[in-house]
Design a protein around this ligand. Structure first.
Ligand SMILES: [Zn+2]
Length: 148
């Protein structure tokens, strides 16, 4: 997981400054609601970040229209990454909160071209709960969704 954590003070968000052109970036695409630019870390060549143009810290702070716009830009950029760098795989990563491994608190999604020996290790500790526990989780979520 990324070790870089942005500690910019409030109002000095680095992605807001990037959107405003106050700091340099290698932009690849932008539209009314989103901007796509090269991640300076470049885990693999073609590693792009797609961010909302408006400042919003997490998934829970963006609008449905911004979420849809990010998804469209991610899809478009992913096709360009595939067509340009020809990676055998591609991973999308979007993190929320420190415990979710978010490092820059301005909503963004990573488009990461993947190779078999690229050193990225995603830990996925399965818990495999019993079926009744799984059904209970689903019932809780259905109730929450029905109220929203
Ligand atoms: Zn921002």
């Amino acid at each position: 997981m990324p070790m870089f954590v942005n500690t910019s003070p409030p109002g000095q968000c680095i992605f807001c400054r990037l959107v405003a052109g106050e700091i340099p970036s290698a932009r690849v695409f932008e539209d009314e609601l989103t901007i796509a630019f090269m991640d300076i870390g470049q885990v693999n060549p073609g590693h792009v970040l797609v961010a909302t143009r408006r400042h919003a810290a997490t998934l829970f702070d963006i609008t449905a229209d911004e979420a849809a716009a990010v998804a469209r830009t991610v899809k478009r950029v992913a096709h360009a990454v595939r067509d340009t760098f020809d990676p055998p795989g591609l991973t999308l990563l979007q993190a929320n909160g420190r415990e979710g491994d978010q490092t820059v608190f301005h909503f963004h999604m990573h488009v990461v071209p993947r190779h078999g020996d690229d050193g990225i290790a995603l830990s996925w500790p399965r818990k495999d709960p019993p079926a009744d526990v799984l059904q209970g989780y689903a019932a809780q979520l259905r109730d929450t969704l029905a109220r929203s």
